[in-house]
Write a protein that binds this ligand. Structure first.
Ligand SMILES: [Fe+2]
Length: 407
């Protein structure tokens, strides 16, 4: 039976179906229940409200009779369990009932239509929990579905994951992106270099602090954007420098500790705004926001923490002392041994991380060696979509072992 999407669902006939005013109440034998509103059901009848070809909605809300008046096309006059276990819904002005897939209704009842579904639970960590990144074999992740699924679930859950032994290919990050989704382009280009060729700190040739051999404290990239890039993937292509270890801290853990141990600083960091500003030649990117941007309920954490592009306090003068004090507290915690781990970046490594949750950085490195990283950004949307796809495929293979597990 067609569903309003292209996914597979177990056939789960309900124990009872009855009409309650404008709602169809579907109840399963284990007590799970769904109250399905008449207009929403109408919108989800395949062939009426859903285009069978695109599985997208067909009804302009202007064409919906919204008052539920008896006799209107969207008024439901009967609901029952069909002969095969489907849910049968009878609209007032039609001669026959429409059948809805009970497994599809059940997935709504279980909340599996929500954005958090089919994603691994977030595993918040501190340095006490781990001393090095979760590590996977790069060539295997590029080549096989199972290895890719294991890696991307680690990436989403832990917030970062490393690939090792990747081939000597400057565009290998793009090969990885081809398995995930669209690359997020920026003024640095779709793929960009972090390169310091025997550079001198302060050289006029570079457009970013990243392209020096200076230490970079714990930070997130591009807080100058309304929505900073979701994930960052950094490939170590050449490294003949001494030093330059990478650092990583889970910003979610830092924020939780700050909230519990320094509530006044937490309040300042979540409410007081700063203007972040890319002041490069030919560009003028800017955004005003708090350093800890909680967004709407359910939205991912966004840390705006990159002092090279934090331009101006956007707050009352009397708030500035506590804003600086709170920021000092936050950065000291993020860079402390309690939260931050340090690991070497070897040629053939590619580290992926949630750019809005993780705080990444690097130690200074020798100015007499070459170090060349290649990076790309991919937004949360595409990484999370790819993760849901592989997890759905795995669940589908369990449901029907004859189906080849495939992306
Ligand atoms: Fe960075």
């Amino acid at each position: 039976m067609a569903t309003p999407d292209f996914y597979s669902y177990a056939w789960t006939p309900p124990a009872s179906v009855d009409l309650r005013d404008r709602f169809v109440c579907v109840r399963w034998s284990d007590g799970v229940e769904l109250l399905a509103f008449d207009l929403w059901l109408r919108e989800n009848v395949v062939g009426i409200g859903i285009d069978p070809a695109t599985r997208e909605g067909l009804i302009d809300p202007a064409d919906l009779g919204v008052n539920g008046a008896a006799g209107s096309a969207t008024a439901i006059i009967g609901a029952s369990i069909g002969a095969t276990g489907a849910v049968a819904v009878q609209f007032a002005t039609e001669a026959h009932a429409h059948l809805l897939h009970p497994g599809w209704l059940r997935h709504v009842a279980e909340g599996k239509h929500r954005p958090a579904s089919w994603l691994p639970a977030q595993m918040v960590w501190t340095a006490a929990d781990r001393w090095e990144p979760p590590t996977h074999d790069g060539p295997a992740v590029l080549a096989t579905d199972d290895a890719f699924a294991a890696w991307i679930n680690d990436l989403v859950s832990t917030g970062f994951a490393r690939l090792r032994a990747l081939p000597d290919d400057p565009d290998v990050a793009l090969a990885l992106a081809a398995r995930i989704g669209a690359v997020r382009d920026t003024n640095f280009g779709p793929i960009w270099d972090v390169k310091a060729d025997v550079t001198m700190a302060g050289s006029a040739d570079t457009n970013s602090t990243a392209n020096t051999n200076l230490r970079l404290g714990p930070h997130t990239d591009l807080p100058t954007r309304e929505t900073p890039p979701g994930f960052q993937f950094l490939h170590c292509f050449r490294n003949e420098a001494v030093g330059g270890e990478s650092t990583m801290a889970d910003g979610a853990a830092v924020v939780a500790a700050l909230k519990a141990e320094h509530p006044e600083q937490y309040e300042a960091l979540t409410t007081l705004h700063w203007v972040f500003f890319n002041r490069g030649p030919g560009i003028d990117h800017r955004w005003s926001g708090p350093l800890i941007d909680l967004g709407q309920p359910g939205a991912p954490l966004t840390l705006r923490a990159f002092y090279p592009v934090r331009g101006f306090p956007d707050m009352s003068p009397e708030d500035m002392p506590r804003a600086y004090e709170a920021m000092n507290c936050f950065s000291a915690m993020a860079g402390s041994d309690r939260f931050q781990i340090s690991y070497p970046f070897q040629v053939g490594d590619l580290v992926g991380f949630d750019n809005r949750r993780m705080l990444h950085g690097r130690e200074p490195f020798s100015a007499d060696g070459r170090r060349h990283l290649r990076g790309i950004y991919i937004d949360h949307d595409d990484v999370l979509s790819a993760t849901r796809v592989v997890n759905r495929a795995a669940a589908r293979a369990v449901l029907d072992p004859s189906i080849r597990r495939s992306l």
